[in-house]
Structure formats: C-alpha cells, structure tokens
Design a protein around this ligand. Sequence first.
Ligand SMILES: [Mn+2]
Length: 239
Amino acid sequence: MALYIFSDAHLGAHSEAKESEKISKISQLCELIKEDGDRLIILGDLFDFWFEYKHTAPKEHYRVLFLLSELVKQGIKIDYVSGNHDFWLGDFFETQMKISIHRDDFETNYGGKRFHFIHGDGLAAGDWAYRIQKKVFRNKFNIWLYRKLPPDFAFAFAKKVSGNSRARSSKRENEFLSDYRNYAAGKLKDSFDVVVIGHLHIPSYEETDDGIYVNSGDFIEHFSYVKVTADKISLEYLK
Ligand SMILES: [Mn+2]
C-alpha cells in the first residue's frame, strides 16, 4: 500500500517531443502505482490549461485521461487538487473519471499521519498582484462569459496568457522560497505531520522537529514524485 503524489506536468505547454516525454513518464509512474499504490494525489497544474464546456472537454489530453482512468478502474483512489493553470476544472473529472476535485487545500490521513496538501500559488506574502489576478480568473461571471467564446479561440487565447504567466511566476516564486517553508512550518505546528506543496517546480524534502515539508517538484524536468508508505515518506525521481 502506498500513496503517490505528483504535480506540475503542464501538459499542452511544450513542444511535441517534450509532450511525448512527459506522457511516457506519467505512464511510467502509473505502472509503479499499479504495483503497490492505493491512492494518488495530483497536486495541481497537470494541465497547462484546462477548460470545459457543458458538452465538450479538451481532446488533446485524451492520453493522460486514459492512463488515469486505468488507475481508477484498478481501484486506486485519485484526488486532484487544482493549481493555478487548471483551476477551471468543471464536473468532467468527477462525473466521467470518478476523480475527486479539490479547488483549495486538501487534508487527509494516510498511514496514521495527518497530511496537508496545497498547490501553492499565491502563498508568498509579496505576491499580492497574483492574488488580485486570481480573484478575476475565478470570478463566476467572468468564467460564464469566457465560456461564450468559441472553444478554438478560447484555447488559443488562454495558451498565450498561460505562457506569459509561467514565464513570470518561475522568476517570482524563486524569490519567495522561504515563504513556502514558513507556510509549511505553520501547518506542522498546527497538528499536521506532513505538508506537501507543488507549484515551485523545485523538488525538496525538509524534516524538522514538527514534521516533514515536501515539495513535489515537477514532471517537466525533474520527474519527481512523493511516495508515502506506512513507515516512510520519500521524494523520488523516475529513472
Ligand atoms: Mn502552479
């Protein structure tokens, strides 16, 4: 029995070669999960952009959706904590994939330990500009309005904006690494045993007297993931 966690594949953001590499690594991870896993947590930004309409969902992500549904079919429970690139998840994952969606942070117990999960966008104290943008992007009326756009146009536009946001945030977040550490420290004082965050694309594992803070890294360059068993929590890398 093991719980697996990964994040930040940003599917759809890169060249065809990179996209194939990412998909084959996700497939490799799924094989590991099938061997000894019983739970998977996707910690946000699996997709670089996800938007669904009442009657349609993006076809370019068929391959990863297939891999995930294979896991569900095997009885593996999947939770998906949305990130800043995929917060527009509608009901597709819950109704069609049987995957639970969490739009903010998410708490759960595993192997007798208490876990706190959050993607991590907007955590840094100095990141006020992003927090304003987040309010606009998540506004119900704005989402309703955006859905009125023809899908091909809406996707082309979003991919442009999404690329800009990626370029900006990688620089910004690196300046705020200590804010993430402080956030985790607060939660660990607050009775959690383990805090797992994504978003930074920098894998890390830190143990203190209060517990463990892990950053899941990314599935673009590091192919890092977190594995939790009854007696061990580790940050691992795919070969
Ligand atoms: Mn992110």
